[in-house]
Ligand binder design. Sequence first.
Ligand SMILES: Nc1nc2c(ncn2[C@@H]2O[C@H](COP(=O)(O)OP(=O)(O)O)[C@@H](O)[C@H]2O)c(=O)[nH]1
Ligand SMILES: [Mg+2]
Ligand SMILES: [Zn+2]
Length: 294
Amino acid sequence: MKGTIIRLQGGFYDVMTESNQEIRCRARGNFRKRNISPVVGDDVVIQDQEDGTGYILEVEERQNHLVRPPIANIDQAFLLFSVKEPAFSYHLLDRFLVLIESKQIHPIIVLTKMDLLSEEETGPIQEAVARYRDIGYDVIETSTELSDGVDQVRGLFKEKTSVFAGQTGVGKSSLLNAVAPELELATGKISKSLGRGKHTTRHVTLIKLADGLVADTPGFSSLEFPQELEADELRWCFPEFVERHDDCKFRGCVHINEPGCAIKQAVEDGKIASTRYENYVTFMEELNDRKRRY
Ligand SMILES: Nc1nc2c(ncn2[C@@H]2O[C@H](COP(=O)(O)OP(=O)(O)O)[C@@H](O)[C@H]2O)c(=O)[nH]1
Ligand SMILES: [Mg+2]
Ligand SMILES: [Zn+2]
């Protein structure tokens, strides 16, 4: 039988089979020797037994894999950013986009708490929305207070494995609850009063939701770039750079100091947002520094 691991618990793997049956499994003893440690999201082949439990026989090759949170085979990431409380940040958005692009996961930008914007504050946010839509990104404007954008988010779950990412307090749990009230996830106020520790979920679980699977992860615990991301690979994580890369004079152009760089030209001409390019340069320095340290 084939299925997907949806939960790790006490040494067991809960597997959702293709026929929507949940079977508690053990991993085959030789996985450890073969250096395989199954994670949530892994597609597996299992053997069911008479007592209703099963054994994982094979773990299929992963399409992608995140370390924190530990999860595999993600189709898309909803990147949540509140327009206020906490304030919107171009830097943070670009950082998340690089993280996700470098893992070949499809990003969907979700702006939350749109209801908190005053009239004067909508201008700069609309500019940000336009900037990312121009690049080709999907941007969804939401408010759980006004139920705005909720149906749009729900509609994207179908037949996909999704993760929600974003800083604490941006409204991940609130939006998931709005999409599926039966989840009853704890939101801001409540989880604060419970404090950290016991009540915060440390394990990732995949939940069946709107014909898809979504990770209930509290989000990305690490904003560090993946270890395997090399400085000269960074340019492939900016779609509007990729699109123009062939116009650079040098094939190996990393768009920093090279003459005849089409990217720098596009920034000058206002065709690429300067914030995007500035963040690119900052990230590049960070990746180079990291390399120097090792
Ligand atoms: N005004 C407003 N507040 C929101 C909205 N979404 C979430 N919040 C509030 O933001 C806080 C953090 O939300 P929560 O869902 O717990 O964020 P999480 O940490 O990302 O899961 C809570 O107090 C929510 O009530 C929204 O659309 N509008
Ligand atoms: Mg939450
Ligand atoms: Zn260039």
